[in-house]
Design a binder for this molecule. Structure first.
Ligand SMILES: Nc1ncnc2c1ncn2[C@@H]1O[C@H](COP(=O)(O)OP(=O)(O)O)[C@@H](O)[C@H]1O
Ligand SMILES: [Mg+2]
Length: 371
């Protein structure tokens, strides 16, 4: 790791510690610890500026972990979520995972893509279901929470100010095409989450109609597909019905919209929560490369697995390691070559531009609905 000028700031307790540093050479900004492996013994370095001292954006600057002056509510595979009291700050870092393992390198601008793409989709689906988004505008967020201002380079453009919700403990997966764990189950038993599917479907073929296929949230490792009847037992019959209807509606909107951009949304995962007055809201991230399988329509060919629009260079590289017996798809993940990281960053940004019609820098942070 090469971090210049790492300067721990003042603070009382780990979550108030801040530090600054500039990266040289490689995109390795912060060595990953504590993700997919035991918690770090020491607080993680927290800050990677997106601009160099002369103000130019460092092309390979990344944020792999944050340490903001608010209580950390959860550190997920990709997001650091802070409790701001009356709301949450969901910070999408540049961490990347493959085969459910968080890798040691971060991908430049990935957090921005996830954050701003979700904001774009929230604006385009709010007529179907209310959501948790309050703002992605750094000016508005900084004004409301002045303690965040000095650390703006860490969180701006990658953070969503959201309503604090009570999450439903299920992942609401919608599948439009037969792929992944669904194809595996179908090939073995002719079913999906125990329900029969028509015979004779090939891998990656569209399903007769999009299928709601819930899963339980696993703390670690792979989520487990569950039958809808099981979901009803977990969240109650009425909520289960609503979550299914919302999920199918948002997937339908997403699928049509993405198709116009030459992207197939093979499947996707939604999360929902309730606010204090009982309103069900869409939360977390929506229709991003990380929560969905995006396939380039021009390369689509049923009867085989499809290349991923975004993570394919990463997957291909990791498969070569696995074939060579150098990695067995468990944590810790291997170090990635700079070329693979750069290609992955370009793919995420390309997906963003194809969908929204704008580059990241053109995106109107104060009005995602205008994009
Ligand atoms: N509005 C919200 N209220 C409460 N929790 C939320 C909200 N939006 C997202 N979350 C939670 O924040 C976390 C996001 O972190 P992420 O890195 O995506 O986690 P994971 O590793 O579970 O995918 C998830 O646990 C998600 O359920
Ligand atoms: Mg998540």
């Amino acid at each position: 790791m090469h971090v210049q000028g790492l300067t721990p700031g003042p603070g009382r307790g780990t979550h108030e510690r801040t530090c600054q540093g500039y990266v040289t050479g490689t995109p390795h900004l912060v060595t990953m610890r504590g993700f997919g492996c035991p918690a770090p013994a020491a607080p993680l370095p927290c800050r990677a500026p997106t601009t160099t001292p002369d103000g130019a954006r460092a092309l390979n600057a990344t944020v792999a972990a944050t340490d903001l002056p608010f209580p950390l509510r959860v550190r997920g595979k990709v997001r650091d979520v802070y409790d701001l009291g009356d709301a949450l700050l969901m910070v999408a870092t540049d961490r990347v995972s493959a085969f459910d393992v968080v890798l040691p390198n971060a991908v430049p601008r990935k957090g921005e893509v996830l954050t701003l793409l979700s904001a774009w989709w929230f604006a385009r689906t709010a007529d179907l279901v209310p959501n948790h988004l309050l703002s992605v505008d750094p000016d508005a967020i900084g004004e409301r929470y002045p303690a965040l201002e000095p650390l703006r380079e860490v969180w701006a453009r990658r953070s969503t100010l959201v309503r604090k919700l009570e999450p439903f403990p299920v992942e609401c997966v919608v599948r439009g095409y037969l792929s992944g764990s669904a194809y595996k189950e179908y090939a073995e038993r002719g079913t999906l989450a125990g329900e029969p599917l028509p015979a004779g479907l090939r891998e990656s073929e569209p399903l007769p109609e999009p299928l709601f296929s819930p899963a339980t949230k696993a703390e670690t490792g792979h989520d487990e597909n569950i039958a809808f009847t099981r979901m009803r037992e977990i969240v109650g019959a009425e909520a289960a019905g609503r979550l299914r209807a919302h999920s199918l509606a948002v997937y339908g909107r997403g699928r049509e919209t993405a198709a116009r951009a030459g992207i197939i949304v093979a499947d996707t995962k939604f999360e929902f929560g309730t606010d204090p007055d009982g309103t069900i809201r869409l939360m977390d991230e929506v229709l991003t490369p990380d929560s969905s399988r995006f396939w380039p329509a021009d390369l689509y060919q049923p009867g085989r697995g499809q290349p991923s629009l975004d993570k394919q260079p990463l997957r291909d590289y990791l498969e070569t390691l696995t074939t060579a017996g150098r990695w067995n798809k468990t944590a810790p993940g291997p170090d990635l070559p700079a070329g693979v990281i750069a290609e992955t960053s370009a793919r995420y940004q390309d997906a963003f531009r194809r969908l929204t019609g704008r580059t990241l820098d053109e995106f109107p942070l104060h009005a995602p609905e205008a994009a």
